[in-house]
Ligand binder design. Sequence first.
Ligand code: 13P
Length: 252
Amino acid sequence: MSSKSTYFIANWKMNGSPKDLIQIKNLDFFIKNRFKKHNKLIVYCPPQPLIAYFAKKIRSKNIKFGSQDVSNNNFAFGAFTGEVSSHILKNSGAEYVIIGHSEKRLAGDNYNTIKQKINNANQNKLKIIFCIGESLKENKNKNSLLILKKQILASLEKGLNFKNILFAYEPVWSIGTGIIPSQSYLIKVFSELKKILIRHYSVKSPKLLYGGSVNAQNIQSLKMIPNCNGYLIGGASLTSKNFIDIIQNYYS
Ligand code: 13P
């Protein structure tokens, strides 16, 4: 594979406990011993209460931590019950944050809150994993590219530090379903995303990720997609065995 870094990002969603430190330790041990020569970046995004705990216990240059969300309030601290600011995340050991995941959009995130979250994270120098993706209906109506463009243009302002943004294409119909898009479809989407990002933001080499039902089997075909810089992995990232199998098959 190419010498560019490949991202393997674990989105644990609402799963995990302090006991799962062992999963991360297993993965760290394995890649230290077996994958030293590969240029990969592993990011774990557990539920927020576990970030500081894991980040303190895992001191590894191979593994970074991220949050699955961030407050849209532009304050470091304040009277915002239940909210977690970019500033607090950074101090807890998070370097990354997922923003715009379809599950958060379903729970109330909209173009505007997503824009605010991105701006806050950008100001606080968190690396942003910006999720976009069309629904099954939008896909069936052949509106995918239109929707993706809208999601990008409605939430990304021009002055952002684009070096710190990863674009995760996660078709909603692929998340948790075991169904992945065809290679030709992904190639088309990625090349269109590149065109949008260069035309509207002058981003020449955006980092593009794929997410949705990634597993140890389908990584064999997903790794063939040109311009794909990595993967955002849900269910198959929960155990070190499945996560390691994906990385191993990617490099085999
Ligand atoms: P699955 O890998 O479980 O389909 O989840 C994908 C996802 O939503 C990652 O953010």
